[in-house]
Design a protein around this ligand. Sequence first.
Ligand code: FHN
Length: 426
Amino acid sequence: MTEINEKIHSEYEWPDHYGNPDWFLHDRFGLFIHWGLYSLAARHEWVMNREQIHPDHYNKYFKHFEPDLYDPAKWAKVAKEAGMKYVVVTTKHHEGFALWDSNYTEYKATNTPIRKDLLAPLVEAFRKEGLKIGFYHSLIDWYHPEFPVDCIHPQREDEAFKLAASGRDMAKYREFLHGQVRELLTNYGKIDYLWFDFSYEDRGFNGKGAKDWQSEELEKMIFELQPDILLNDRLDLGRGVTTPEQYQPKSNVQKNGKPLIWEACQTLNGSWGYDRDNLNWKSSELLITMLIDTVSKGGNLLLNIGPNGRGELDEKSLTRLQEIGEWMRLHSRSIYGATESQYKAPLDCRFTQRGNRLYLHVLHWPFRTIHLTGLAGKISYAQFLHDASEVFFHEYEKPDVFQHTAFKMEPGEVVIELPTTKPNVV
Ligand code: FHN
């Protein structure tokens, strides 16, 4: 068992009946894929709601959906070369359109002009590249006749919930929801991660989600079908992988003073679905910094791409994933199996620690003087760069307390070999 795993099993709140998170804590970096009819609209996965598109009009996308350039083997190769170790793909987003050949709906890929199950070849391709398989599944469904929130009405749940009283049968919807989850966990082999979406807890409707979805029963069924699967916490049961969205937590994520297993889910440009004219693209440097920052706080990064309606990844996404992959080629050893350090990193730096190796990520190389307070004294870059091959960080305050060497291995990576016994650094 790796050092992290000992930490998990001793310190973290992780339900005994949940899958073993060891692989997740080692792998650290995954690919999120948002792909559906909204990809044809090329605006945003909430386009139906944001532009108040009537279902009759939105149905045109269903009639035209034919991703003839879809190449999941290419997607899997791109993800692997980016250093990603698992994938989470939208089996069905809020629009209700199923990528797989579900027996519970006609609103599925096999009934569009592409006329095939799009999930099966993706699972096969990513598994072949050695990535773990995760399914995203939307708990809400704007298309299903019995779900009490349709997309035309404002997404103000209080109005929508009144709509629910108008004869919509939540029990019928729940049967549909549980049935589709059963299909997904039965027909595609071992699934490593199930990522439910649209927590009502996060929106202040405490208790509603777990009640509406009958989350306890759903969770029981999930583990009967896939005993080792990981679950996120959006079934509103207060357990599972915590998934802060589109922001970087200030420190590791905790509950009752105990660290949680958590995963930051982030986009490349602010949109989860393909958004052709989007101008908010994050740089590769920022995305790499987000990965480092996340691991330095003991979390995973789930980084999203939105393939277009033809089934292709756009150039801007491909470029970023390739550049992240080049950084990972050099520095993945500071990411895989690494986690937060007990030491406080200097300003504009991050520490990730793997065993007794402490990786100092200098985010503004080489324009900062490193102040390693609590671990070492202050050195100037001039000295640092001059002594690049072997740099001694000294405890200027208490030189006799602790001294170790730092090896500048690659641009941007400094490895500090720690003594095997924990230094009595105060
Ligand atoms: O509404 C969705 C959104 O479209 C996207 O899927 C994100 C991904 O985490 N989840 C919901 C917003 O919290």
